[in-house]
Structures are given as C-alpha cells and as structure tokens.
Design a protein around this ligand. Sequence first.
Ligand code: FUB
Ligand code: ZN
Length: 618
Amino acid sequence: MSQKLHKAATPELSDVKLTGGLFGKVYDNTREHVIPYMWDILNDSDDIKAASMFVETDKKGEEEYPSHCIANFKIAAGEEKGNFYGMVFQDSDLAKWLEAVSYMLAAKRDPELEAKADWAIDLVEKAQEEDGYLDTYFTLNAPDKKFTDLMECHELYVTGHMMEAAVAYYEATGKRKLLDVMLRMAKLIDSKLGPADQGKMPGYPGHEEIELALVKMYRATGEEWLLNLAKFFIDERGQEPKYFVEELERNKNSYFSKYNPPYGMYSFGQEYAQYHLPVREQKEFLGHAVRCMYLAEGMIDVARETGDTGLLDAVKDLFHNMIERKMYVTGGIGSSADGERFTGDYDLPNNTVYAETCASVGLVFFMQKMLELEQNSVYADVMERALYNTCLASTSLDGKNYFYVNPLEVNPAIIKQNPDLRHVKPVRPQWFGCACCPPNLARMIASLGKDIYCVNGDKVFVHLYAANEASLKVNGQDVKISMETNYPYELSVRITPSAGKYTVALRIPDWSRGCYEIKVAGDKIDAKLVNGYAMIDRDWNGSDVIEITFDDKVKRVYANPNVISDIGKVAIQYGPVVYCLEEVDNGSNLHSLFLTGDNTFTKTWKADKLGGIVELKA
Ligand code: FUB
Ligand code: ZN
C-alpha cells in the first residue's frame, strides 16, 4: 500500500473544554440531561411518547413502545421473554447512545454513567451469538436469513454503529470488551463477504456506515484486514455484475421484500444506495442523503489510510457539486422525502423538503474529516452552516424534543391534508419509533470539542468560534489557547495564545469575507489570507490577545436563480445563523410578509428569549 495521506492533528476531547456560550450550554445540557433522558427512553420509560415517522390520518400517530431497544437486547440475551420490536436497525440507537457516552467520558470520567454503559455492554456481549453474530433483529426474527438481504436489512449499518461505539468506549476508558465483541462480528463478516475469488460473497452494505467504522477499528487495533475489508466495500460498490441486482433476483419473492413492497428499497433504484456506478465515477450525490454522507466519510478514511488521492478527489467532486447545487441555506441536504434523498440540481423546495437531521450530522462529520486533510475554510463554513441551522435547530432548548426532518417552510394547517407533507411535524416530538436522529445528534454534540481546532505542523487552525480552553501540541511544544466569545450572538472573539513561536490561523467565515478586523495586542494587523484562514505568525508572549471582529451586518441571502422555489425569496442571516419567522411573533400569513429594498434591521439582544437570542426587526 502507498503512504498514508498526511493529516492534521485533532485534539483529544479532554483537551478542549467548552467554557460557556451556546456550545457550552448545549454540551452541558446533553451531558447532564439529554443522555440520561435517552437512557430512560432506550429502557422504555412510560413518560415518553414516540412519534411515528409519518402522519397517518387513520392511525394514532404514536408507536407502541418508545424504543424497545434495550428490551430487544435482553430478549436476544435470553434474559427476558418477548418479541423483537422496532425497525430492523433498532439496535443502532443503543450504539449511538454508547458512542455519545464515550465522548462524554473521554472528556471527563463519570462512574455512574460509566456503570450504565458497562451494564449495556455486558448485555450486548450476552446478545452476541456463539459465532460472533450480533444483530437482535436477525437473532430473534430471522436467524436463517443472516447476510441474505444486505440492501434492506441494515446488518452492516448496525454493526458499523456498534463498532464506532466500541472504538470510542475503548479510547475513552481503556475497556475493550465491546471492541472484542465487535472484532468477533467483524471476523464473521470478513469470512462471508469479500472478493469472489476468495470464495466469499462480493456484497457490500445497502446503507453505508461500516466502511468508516472498519477504518476506526483498524486504527484502534492495527489489524490490517479491517482496513482491507473497508476498502473492499468501497471499491466493490457499483461494480459489474452488480451485487444488488443479483440479490434482488434472489430475494424478489422473499420475506424481506415484503417488508416494504413491492421490492423494498430496491424499488428506489440503484442511485438510492449509490451502486449505480463505481464510487470513483460518481460525480454527484444521488439517492439517500445519510447514506451519501457516510459513504463520503468512508471514502475519505480509506483514501487517508491507503494514500489514494484519486479516491479523495472523487469525494471533493461530490462535495463541490453538492454545495453548489444541492444544499439548502441551512446546510440541510436531501430535498425529497421519497427515499430521503438528493434529487437533481437546484431542486430545493422549501416545504416538501426532507433535510434529515442525520444527513446534516453526517455532513458535519464529513467536513471534520476533510478539514483534517485540507485546511480550507469552505469545509468549516459548510460545517458551521449545518451545525447551527439544521443540527442544533433540530432539537428543543432542553434537548428533549426533536425534528427528524427540517423544512424551511411549514404551514401547520395543511400538513394533514397534503400527502406530500406526511413527513413534516409542526412541533418537535419527544422521540421517534424509528431508531435514528436523536442519539446521532447527541454523539455529534458530545464530540463538538473535535470540531474547533486542528494542528498542522506549526499552525493552529481555528475552524469554529466558541468559548473554550484548549491544550494543544504544536510542533512538540505545549500550547494553550483560551477563547472568549458569545458567538454566534456577538460576532467578536478574543483569543489568548500561550507563549511560543507558532501560527494561529483564523477562519474568516464566508459571510464575513472582506469585512472583518483583527487586532493583536491592541494593534490592527493585516494578516495574509490562505485558503480562507488569516495567518498570524508570531512569537507569542503569552499575554497578547487576538481580537477578531466579524461583519455584524444582517445579511440578505439569495439563492442561485436556478432554484425555482426561491424566486422572489430572501433568507436573513446574522453571523452564521439563518433566521426563522414564526407565527408566535409575526402572526399567521407569514407568506405575505415582504421586505423592501430599503428596509433596515435592528438587532436586540434578548437574554430572556429562547435561552438568549439576537432578535431582528425590520
Ligand atoms: O436507514 C437507517 C436510517 O433511518 C437512515 O439513515 C435514516 O435516513 C432513516 O431512514
Ligand atoms: Zn436520522
């Protein structure tokens, strides 16, 4: 294999402490309240009502159990009697929860939380079959159908999430029980799937996720066969003869295809699961948006470990096509509810849009990986856009209610009548019967500390602005960075770097390009801009403060004129935040509001509104 691609270092979670502001608040709330709340749900707390994904006029719109996730594991482990309940990928909610917990523990150990996680890991181990197989849906429902329906049945997706949890828990606590459990499952998968000339089935996941997880397992264990399997899954996708074409032929009349007739997920077409072409030949994201994000992550990971720059270039092409033609101003992606997918260029409707929370969570992870390889502010700009305007906006202030889909325009009065809006919820539900977005958001929030900086040689790159104290290693020297700000409400930041000779590279966000000011020790400086970062190269004395002031004008943002749905429309953005008009403060008939060219905005800090916001008036 050729040399790995060079990567910048991302600090450990224990080395970046969020010290207030919006990120700090959301992070602390997730640690103290949301993670315990989710644990209660996974254990089927009576107080929680899980919504079904779609508004069904003839059904009550609520699921029978909030989750049944832990119950499925207990039944599979032989500790309880009962039946499997939930989606085929119900196990993934526990995996995502365990990953979120691991990131919290990596930042700060907590014996009580760790005891819960240990208990859950023991249970997972007990649910594992003799040969290493682990997936409660198949163990309980279809033991003779394992690995026969890689399209519909999500075995490899669930495994991927549990592998991510295993690596995160191992890295946080040094405990390797879950890692060993997942190594056994990986061995089993490796014995079944792989190159046909090795006597294996040349199958790959219907829902990507395991690729990136195998690379994490490889990095944690050094076992090369894990990387080879990830590479096989990436390379085999879309090759002729197509595995899924043959699988469909085998499964046409099977039990699984009846799960979602006529032929389940196959009916969405090959693009849905990105096997229409080999991945290197795909030039635009098509199909299911979450799948696309995890595929991109897997491609980056494999490219990084194998030195495959061609594979990385393919990801960059996909990325640019997406941000130029297929992404909302909110960083939402996947404009169609049918197949939760990307559609064609500039097809960005505002009301029927899906924009799943998980797709934007995946986008944030994707951007974080790109930033490690290439410090270009375009990735951080997209990360920031998705983070504030879809990921964080998808949850309520207390973190206990969630949007699964994130439309840009909602008229509650017509949702029930319009079948094209079946997926839209006017109010955030407490949970969803479908194992998915909420714990994905939790693992993203728990790992926010990884998104702020990276270090490349003698340069500290600042990608995001949030109050924090960080300890970094820069060219072998210990560096401390202290950041004070009430960003995104105040668009100014104070940074105090500790003594030493190194460069602080500050991202100049796209919305502030050409209009910002940087002072060091009170003196205005003209820092060179490289790939969107202002480079301040200095022998720091430990007390000099960098003060950055970004453009604090309220911006009108217009879509590309090819976006038919946005003709005559304007979005309002202040700093990185795209604003929302709601009936609560603007009355109904929001669609009849308009701005004239000479309208000006006033900005007022409202400490007691929505946990503190900058209110705009025009
Ligand atoms: O299929 C597993 C997950 O459920 C997907 O990533 C989401 O889009 C939701 O459909
Ligand atoms: Zn989701």
